[in-house]
Ligand binder design. Structure first.
Ligand code: R5P
Length: 291
């Protein structure tokens, strides 16, 4: 049955939500958010009572964004159907108990989300999807990133996964592009420091794109770039789905000799040159009455 969809955005996904609404040709709700003097968040979605199908779009890179997501779901509780799109689901990397007594944060946060269906983009570990009480689906933005890389007209390009966790992402992108692929072996030393084992990749004289799901502090990209340069790579680019990019990550990456950073708009950053709006709109296409 076709219903009239309203896109409802939280503070972290305003650009993407606007693009999804434009792509679907549907209503974009007017949402107000602010912070009380004591730091508590306030949120109000205007004219939501008459909406029968709400699609909430809100990434959760910070705790405050997560609170906003919970507030959005609560504010929309008069709707017949609530689908929640969390383009970047924070805490997904704490997907298991690495040490005794740790919280499985991804599970704790997923459990608190009530919805008819949850959608996310390239979740760090697909196993996390089972932590949501609602059916949950992760859509794949790698083809969109691949299309962008193809448009860059690189010289004898190669895609490199900086660790084993990024192998599927990098391999599928390289296969779509019909270019070479390799991966590194990473050991994490601390939150900011990693050690990458050389595998002497065949990168001499070639343009190389390091592709990871997340770039956070930039430590992984910096260390991988160093090794690629040592092995004769001509130009190195860094690409990811989720540009978390904390603190001086962008500076560190450029200072390491990277030519450019390519990322999607699951998080709204200056390097978010690939949009996932069409990918998200595809989920709901055919379900909406154009307005
Ligand atoms: C970890 O497993 C992820 O896939 C990324 O490799 C990691 O989050 C990158 O972090 P950073 O940019 O801080 O090295």
């Amino acid at each position: 049955m076709k219903t009239s969809i309203s896109i409802v955005s939280g503070p972290s996904s305003q650009v993407l939500a606007g693009r999804v609404a434009r792509t679907l040709g549907c209503h974009l709700a007017d949402t107000e958010f602010s912070t009380f003097p004591d730091g508590e968040r306030y949120l109000r979605v205007h004219n939501i009572d008459s909406c029968d199908h709400v699609v909430i779009v809100q990434s959760t890179p910070t705790d405050s964004d997560y609170i906003s997501l919970l507030q959005l779901i609560d504010a929309c509780d008069t709707s017949d159907r609530i689908d929640v799109v969390i383009p970047y689901f924070g805490y997904a990397r704490q997907d298991k108990r690495f040490k005794d007594g740790e919280s499985v944060s991804a599970r704790a946060l997923a459990h608190a989300i009530t919805a008819d269906h949850v959608f996310t983009v390239n979740i760090h570990n697909p196993g996390v999807l089972s932590y949501f009480d609602a059916p949950a689906t992760s859509v794949n933005a790698a083809p969109a990133v691949g299309e962008y890389i193809a448009s860059m007209k690189l010289n004898d390009p190669m895609i490199i996964a900086p660790d084993e966790g990024a192998i599927d992402l990098a391999r599928s992108t390289s296969e779509n592009l019909g270019v070479g692929f390799d991966y590194m072996e990473k050991t994490r030393i601390s939150g900011e420091e990693v050690s990458i084992k050389t595998k002497e990749p065949d990168v001499s004289g070639r343009d190389v794109v390091i592709l990871d799901d997340i770039i956070s502090t930039g430590g992984t990209i910096v260390e991988t770039t160093r090794l690629l340069k040592e092995n004769g790579a001509k130009r190195v680019f860094a690409a990811c789905i989720h540009p978390v990019l904390v603190r001086n990550a962008v500076l560190r990456i450029f200072a390491a000799g990277v030519e450019g950073i390519i990322a999607t708009d699951t998080l709204d950053r200056s390097v978010s040159v690939v949009t996932v709006a069409q990918l998200i709109a595809n989920i709901f296409e055919g379900e909406t009455i154009k307005q």
